[in-house]
Design a protein around this ligand. Structure first.
Ligand SMILES: [Cu+2]
Length: 248
């Protein structure tokens, strides 16, 4: 006969399974929706900022002599990189139009390094369930503190040079802030999406989303300092459309 304790444990395990592991399992076991390779197309474009952009932040590393010694002169955050109105490091993604399609999850990790007491890259993106690998390339200790609004957060040390640790994010969220608690100026942003149609804009403000099925889409953009933008686009079979997004 089961004791009250055993029944309680069984219930607790069942409840825990419902809220976390079982959801994850359910997602992993859903077969990806077949993609008709003969009709997919591309959505490309640029992200712009109208007017004079704010000045990027100059970081104060004075609380760590070790970090300060790794740099000559002022250290800029890279939080506003705009050239001729074209915005680098904006996240761009398909926000609507994919319906209930299910996508395979890449095994290849997205790598975010901690180098010279900065996160490199500052802005990255991954798919839900895709490994995100954090590295420490410095000869001092960093930690990695992910602070999502929706997904489960994480916080771990990378105590020695060469240390690395993978994590996965279980819920889509356009921009998760990541900090190092040891060095308060260290910030990165990670976009997490439940499909593969996302990008981080390059130095020329451009992005490209490949292998997109035909359809009507809303495309969204986000930048940590410069705001958001949204546009709609209709992609025909084997189409190649361009979208202009202006942040505000
Ligand atoms: Cu650090």
């Amino acid at each position: 006969m089961r004791t009250r304790w055993a029944r309680g444990m069984a219930l607790a395990l069942a409840a825990g399974c419902l809220v976390a592991a079982c959801q994850r399992e359910a997602r992993e076991t859903r077969a990806p929706t077949p993609l008709d390779r003969a009709t997919v197309g591309t959505i490309g474009g640029t992200v712009r900022f109208a007017g004079a952009p704010p000045v990027q932040t100059e970081l104060n590393l004075s609380s760590s002599a070790e970090c300060a010694a790794l740099h000559d002169g002022p250290v800029l955050a890279g939080d506003v990189l705009v050239r001729d109105g074209l915005v680098e490091n904006a996240l761009v993604w398909v926000a609507e139009g994919l319906g209930d399609r299910v996508f395979g999850v890449p095994d290849t990790p997205v790598v975010i390094d901690q180098r010279k007491c900065l996160f490199v890259p500052r802005v990255a993106a991954a798919q839900v369930g895709q490994p995100v690998r954090f590295l420490n390339s410095d000869s001092l200790a960093h930690n990695v503190h992910g602070m999502p609004d929706e997904a489960r957060g994480w916080n771990f040390m990378l105590g020695v040079q060469g240390a690395s640790r993978d994590t996965t994010i279980d819920t889509a969220e356009p921009a998760i802030e990541i900090k190092c608690d040891v060095h308060p100026w260290m910030t990165a942003w990670l976009g997490v999406f439940d499909h593969p149609y996302f990008a981080v804009t390059g130095a020329d403000g451009s992005f490209a989303l490949a292998d997109v099925p035909p359809g009507d889409y809303a495309i969204a953009a986000w930048h940590e300092r410069l705001g958001r933008a949204r546009a709609t686009v209709t992609l025909g079979p084997k189409g190649a459309e361009r979208v202009a997004l202006t942040l505000e």
